[in-house]
Design a protein around this ligand. Structure first.
Ligand SMILES: [Mg+2]
Length: 386
């Protein structure tokens, strides 16, 4: 159930929070930690990833020893070496970071399909409807962090809360290797003591403005009253700021867009009379389709159904014809759960394609394509699964 912020405000605006369960996971000093894992002797030295050299480029990230010297990410390398002459500079190896990132995302997808990656090492997970770990977001976050460590040797931090805003702030709260949970009851206490600097998305200019106005904490903004905040920061920005300082945010976790369909096709530079070898072509296409299924991200399969086989034929006159044939649940289940095409699916695909080809007046083809179509009713199905 939604709940209402009961802080008095001078305009009587009602702030309503939807009760999400959100986990924000953030790997600790990611690139540098991967390098330390692969070369433990680095652990006792200040290390930064970036470059290309002492004099050129900027830093992506650094370990905590380097940070003690004031070395920061996005800092020009020459400046970092001024602050810390013994800094060890390593050129980024994105292949390694991507491999670790892939494993991490595989772990996330065991818990929810609503994952919003922010970068290679950071993501929001909406577990509002997840039945894993008895629906406890905190236990899910603990499990995920443990699995990440077991499978990649890397530590991460997590924030667990009822919206994206607070879960993101919370993941930074006990970094590195920490977990922070902020429940709806803790909201005002957590936000009141929070520095405005910790609110994501507040730029340098606004920060300077806060300083000039003597505003340091979120509670300082709230104390001004909403009327004054709007007067100072404008209607939209003022309201937005006030709402964030209250720790209220209803912005949803937007997952990687899911495929509507997946298909493979083969084209012929000169039109072929498909009659003799159409059977072989279909077989080859179905093998390729199955390979594509096996390689596709888990995101595309969670809480979904495959509804149709899609067929596409293009004639020598460049006319394209498509047809969709309905699938039954059994064939769909096999694709969704095993990422495999059942014998029934293969027969149906072959039969439908051959029949369709037979109905065409023209025998010469430039293209043969075959694919599957997913249902669109993803959101509704999540609700039904609760
Ligand atoms: Mg990180």
């Amino acid at each position: 159930m939604d709940y209402l912020d009961n802080t008095n405000n001078d305009l009587g605006i009602k702030f309503i929070q939807k009760p999400f369960k959100i986990i924000h996971i953030d790997m600790d000093y990611f690139y540098a930690q991967v390098e330390e894992r692969d070369n433990p002797s680095l652990k006792s030295h200040p290390v930064a990833i970036g470059g290309p050299s002492k004099t050129k480029g900027v830093l992506c990230t650094s370990n905590y020893i380097a940070r003690k010297y004031g070395v920061r990410s996005a800092m020009p390398t020459f400046q970092a070496f001024k602050k810390c002459p013994e800094l060890i500079l390593i050129r980024p190896n994105f292949e390694k970071y991507k491999a670790a990132s892939k494993k991490i995302h595989e772990i996330f997808s065991q818990y929810t399909s609503l994952i919003q990656p922010l970068s290679l090492d950071e993501a929001f997970l909406d577990v509002t409807h997840s039945s894993k770990c008895n629906g406890s977001a905190t236990i899910i976050a603990q499990e995920i962090r443990r699995k990440i460590y077991e499978q990649t040797g890397l530590t991460s931090s997590a924030g667990v809360s009822f919206n994206k805003l607070i879960s993101k702030i919370a993941s930074d709260y006990n970094k590195p290797n920490g977990l922070t949970v902020v429940t709806p009851n803790d909201r005002l206490k957590f936000m009141n003591e929070l520095s405005l600097r910790k609110i994501p998305g507040i730029g340098q200019t606004t920060m300077q403005r806060f300083e000039r106005l003597g505003l340091r904490l979120c509670s300082d903004v709230i104390s001004l009253g909403i009327h004054k905040v709007i007067e100072l920061f404008g209607n939209k920005n003022g309201l937005d700021l006030y709402e964030r300082c209250l720790g209220i945010s209803n912005s949803p976790v937007v997952s990687l867009s899911q495929r509507k369909a997946m298909s493979v096709e083969t084209t012929f530079s000169t039109p072929i009379n498909a009659r003799e070898n159409i059977q072989e072509i279909i077989t080859a296409l179905l093998i390729e389709l199955e390979n594509r299924l096996k390689k596709a991200s888990e995101v595309h399969f969670k809480n979904r159904r495959v509804t149709h086989i899609k067929i596409k034929l293009r004639t020598s006159q460049f006319e394209t014809f498509t047809r969709e044939v309905r699938l039954d649940d059994k064939m769909s289940d096999m694709i969704i759960t095993k990422k495999a095409l059942s014998t029934e699916f293969i027969s149906l695909a072959q039969e439908s394609l051959l029949n369709y080809y037979d109905t065409m007046k023209e025998q010469e083809l430039r293209l043969i394509g075959i694919g599957i179509k997913f249902d669109k009713n993803f959101e509704r199905q999540i609700e039904l699964n609760v």
